[in-house]
Design a protein around this ligand. Structure first.
Ligand SMILES: Cc1cc2nc3c(=O)[nH]c(=O)nc-3n(C[C@H](O)[C@H](O)[C@H](O)COP(=O)(O)O)c2cc1C
Length: 162
């Protein structure tokens, strides 16, 4: 099987889009767009995100356990696009005009207007090929925005329901 065949097959799996965030030592906020995010366990409450080895978020979460997830709404496509960029210069600029609140426990940015926000603490890191599965215990969870549909990713494009 070729890489293209694998990519094409997986691009048919529609997924919601999240922004994974973390605060680095009181210094800088870091964000990364992800679709490889899922709920894992209810008791204890666990979620998982798959991070590409060597990505800034993977590097950061190797050293510190706290992170957060904002489930993006259909009106937050620009946020997803911005935080999917590689080799960015400074995250500070990326967060500049994005309204967010700080997580109570993790200090990580929680995007205002997101469909849901979760604060997590890493319990386990599982190496998996060129990615690492980061399993986190959910410390807080909320649904700040009752309005709006999800931002989705399907066949290489952002989509909305319907
Ligand atoms: C729709 C979409 C979904 C993505 N999902 C993931 C993901 O689940 N895990 C991941 O590691 N990267 C994912 N990426 C890529 C990262 O967003 C991107 O590589 C990262 O922000 C670049 O960070 P870096 O500069 O540290 O490499 C996704 C990109 C897009 C556009």
């Amino acid at each position: 099987m070729s890489e293209d065949e694998f990519r094409a097959a997986m691009s048919r799996l529609a997924g919601g889009v999240v922004l994974v965030t973390a605060r680095e030592d009181d210094l800088e906020d870091v964000g990364m767009t992800a679709t490889a995010f899922m709920s894992v366990s209810l008791d204890p409450p666990l979620v998982m995100v798959s991070l590409r080895n060597g990505s800034r978020m993977d590097d950061l979460l190797t050293d510190q356990p706290d992170w957060a997830v904002s489930v993006l709404s259909e009106s937050q496509r620009h946020i997803a696009g911005r935080f999917a960029m590689k080799g960015r210069i400074s995250d500070r600029l990326l967060f500049e005009d994005i309204p967010y609140a700080r997580g109570e426990v993790t200090d990580a940015p929680l995007v205002r207007g997101a469909l849901a926000v979760l604060e997590c603490r890493t319990e386990q890191r599982v190496p998996a090929g060129d990615h690492t599965l980061v399993i986190g215990r959910v410390l807080t969870a909320g649904v700040p925005s009752a309005e709006g549909g999800p931002l989705m990713y399907f066949r290489g494009r952002y989509r909305t329901l319907g």
